[in-house]
Design a protein around this ligand. Structure first.
Ligand code: PRX
Length: 648
């Protein structure tokens, strides 16, 4: 474990919002008196009706209830657009960089206003009203942000589904939230390859009960041929030509829902994480300002996809609430070459750059040359998100990309947390490569052991959060029981993150990864149970168990153990077929990296699969299998070891 420490660069100590003393003072105030702290901070957004209540939250067993600013009335789109029009209507809100380096667009706040209003009017003409759910399945084009903001303007709840998900995955999400309107594009474009988005939506609709979906709005991106169902499907440009660019922003209560985002857990189908209006926006805006030390005029680029929470909070809502210029990138880091990120930084004079460890590790493999060919003189700050960053990748990012001049903020958070919870602040925090360092304002992390005993000082255990913060998810859409069960039943009165961590003597947090059956593949969160149920849906598969294993680029890879129906031959062809099957069932991000045919799986005498053993085999730790005496048939393990798939 690296224990190298980087001091705050001298110029940062003077230009940043806060130094170390400032951080400590503000942090203490935030946890001593959250009511006063957030009561003040809530004013960073504009309210149609001011709130008189600030915090009303309870993690009590069976009665979890989270409300912030509950009697305030506002609108998220109004805060992200309209309130900037007087002062920065002509400033660029979104810089869009296309997959093809010759394509880019600059959209001012005034243009954003007109586009979002048009989009909202197109939705309104299709009877979309406050509280309705709208599914968005889009490539990374400005219309994706317009669609999200248009929903927010009307008070409709968007559910963005990542463009890499399969028709089955889309269908499940449409049905779960009951959305009658889908927004998509003809095709996406990534790394020069087309993604059949509209065709996937058509296939998804074929899988949901008839009459679920009334309207499909299709944005033209590539101009590729797609089927249009008369009466149901409409081209966005044709519909938009018929409406005005004025649309009032619906007054929303602070606790009215803003969006649903599906995410994987250890059991069952993905959960609809529900975020609401006021607290979410206050938290996204505040974290964006302090963590990235955002100042007026900065060009800020987060490379995430809007299909994930990072895209919601740190491409769209946080930056736009702060009146920033946010870069939206359609492509991939390796196209047309491995220098693409650095070229885009020079092209748009990016000051703040936020990406994922998996991208850093992949680019690091192509050496320093593609980076050094570019200037990157505009860069001031680097960020990392989505998975633990190994110290080697951190050092490379800091030394080669940031030329030792740019602090690296390793930000820990989750879909459920709405915004960043543990992170350095660049002017305040001495950095240790691999550590997310210290809690953000108002966040009280604790480390507990398996029984829930709070650990003090330097320690290791499970990470919980002791009290609510404004960006916290409010419920699982349509299933509050599941919300309480998943997050608040393991350790009563605490939010359980599902992550393990270590805290060092300086109070720095080192996230060690998930302690549940969730794996993190290239920063994409995957429930092993989802991959297993996709596998057992194949007619030749009788049983499957999926675990993660360490992967040099992806962080974790997917290792699947598959038991076939009796009489089925385990062939190389079938192995490939099963990998393709999972891709088709869930999406390419869920493809197993390694798939081993197992005549049987290690089980206890009561029939429970012993995943601990499967994980050890996948990790190549044969000597350390622990107690296998409780297995119904201990010889199964020897067979699994002798047939272990080779790591890539
Ligand atoms: O395990 C942690 C890991 O990603 C999980 C959350 O995934 P998701 O909801 O998809 O959100 C990702 C983007 C916020 C966490 O439970 N994770 C996220 N950021 C970090 C991290 N692990 C270590 N360090 C991080 N900076």
């Amino acid at each position: 474990m690296s224990e190298k420490i980087y001091d705050v660069p001298p110029e940062w100590a003077t230009r940043a919002y806060l130094d170390d003393h400032g951080y400590k003072t503000k942090y203490e105030a935030s946890v001593r008196d959250p009511e006063t702290f957030w009561g003040e901070e809530g004013k960073r957004i504009d309210w149609f009706e001011p709130y008189t209540k600030v915090k009303n939250t309870s993690f009590a067993p069976g009665a979890v209830s989270i409300k912030w600013f509950e009697d305030g009335v506002t609108n998220v789109a109004w805060n992200c657009i309209d309130r900037h029009l007087d002062t920065r209507g002509d400033q660029v809100a979104i810089i869009w960089e296309g997959d093809d380096p010759s394509e880019s667009r600059h959209i001012t706040y005034k243009e954003l206003h007109d586009e979002v209003c048009r989009f909202a009017n197109v939705l309104r003409n299709r009877n979309v009203e406050k509280g309705d759910r709208v599914t968005i399945y889009m490539p990374m084009i400005p219309e994706a942000a317009y669609a999200m903001l248009a929903c927010a303007r009307l008070g409709a709840i968007h559910s963005v589904v990542f463009g890499g998900f399969s028709p089955d995955s889309i269908a499940g999400r449409i049905v779960d939230c009951g959305s009658r309107v889908i927004i998509t594009a003809d095709e996406g474009l990534r790394g020069g390859r087309k993604v059949p988005l509209k065709a996937n939506v058509d296939a998804a609709i074929a899988k949901v009960p008839a009459d679920t979906v009334d309207h499909v709005i299709v944005v033209r991106r590539t101009g590729g041929a797609v089927d249009m169902t008369p009466g149901r499907d409409v081209w966005y440009d044709e519909a938009a030509a018929l409406v005005t660019h004025e649309c009032p922003a619906t007054p929303m209560n602070a606790e009215d829902p803003l969006f649903i985002l599906y995410t994987s857990g250890s059991t069952g189908s993905p959960k609809g994480v529900l975020h609401t209006t006021g607290g979410y926006l206050v938290f996204a805006s505040m974290t964006h300002q302090y963590v990235f030390d955002y100042h007026e005029g900065d060009v800020y680029w987060c490379t995430a996809d809007i299909g994930w929470v990072t895209g919601h909070s740190y491409i769209v809502y946080g930056p736009l609430a702060n009146g920033a210029t946010t870069v939206m990138f359609e492509g991939v880091p390796s196209y047309p070459s491995n220098g693409r990120f650095w070229e885009v930084i020079d092209k748009h004079k990016v000051n703040i750059f936020y990406t994922a460890p998996t991208a850093i590790r992949a680019l690091m493999q192509s050496g320093d040359e593609p980076v050094k060919k570019t200037s990157r003189a505009s860069l001031r700050l680097l960020g990392s998100v989505g998975e633990p960053i190994n110290p080697e990748a951190w050092e490379w990012y800091h030394r080669v990309v940031g030329e030792e001049r740019c602090p690296v903020v390793d930000t820990w958070w989750q879909t459920e947390t709405g915004g960043i919870l543990i992170t350095p602040l660049p002017g305040a925090t001495r950095l240790k490569p691999g550590s997310a360092t210290r809690p953000f304002f108002g966040v009280i992390p604790q480390v507990v052991d398996a029984e829930g005993n709070i650990q003090e000082g330097a320690c290791e255990g499970n990470l919980v959060i002791a009290d609510s913060w404004p960006g916290q998810m409010r419920t699982v859409y349509g299933d509050h029981e599941r919300f309480m069960q998943t997050y608040f039943s393991t350790y009563p009165n605490k939010y359980f993150t599902g992550d393990g961590c270590r805290r060092d003597a300086d109070g720095y947090y080192w996230i060690t990864g998930r302690v549940d059956d969730v794996i993190n593949v290239s920063g994409h969160r995957m429930g092993t149970a989802e991959v297993e149920s996709a596998l057992v849906a194949h007619p030749k598969v009788s049983e499957a168990a999926v675990v993660g294993y360490p992967h040099d680029i992806k962080g974790q890879g997917i290792y699947a153990y598959v038991t076939l129906m009796s009489g089925v031959e385990p062939t190389e062809e079938l192995r490939k077929e099963l990998v393709t099957w999972v891709r088709r069932e869930i999406g390419p991000i869920a493809s197993p990296d390694l798939l081993q045919f197992a005549p049987s799986l290690p089980k206890t005498r009561s029939g429970k699969i012993m995943r601990r053993i499967l994980r050890k085999i996948a990790e190549d730790e044969f000597g350390n299998l622990g107690d296998t005496s409780t297995l119904a048939d201990p010889t199964v393990v020897d067979d699994l070891i002798s047939h272990r798939q080779n790591k890539k």
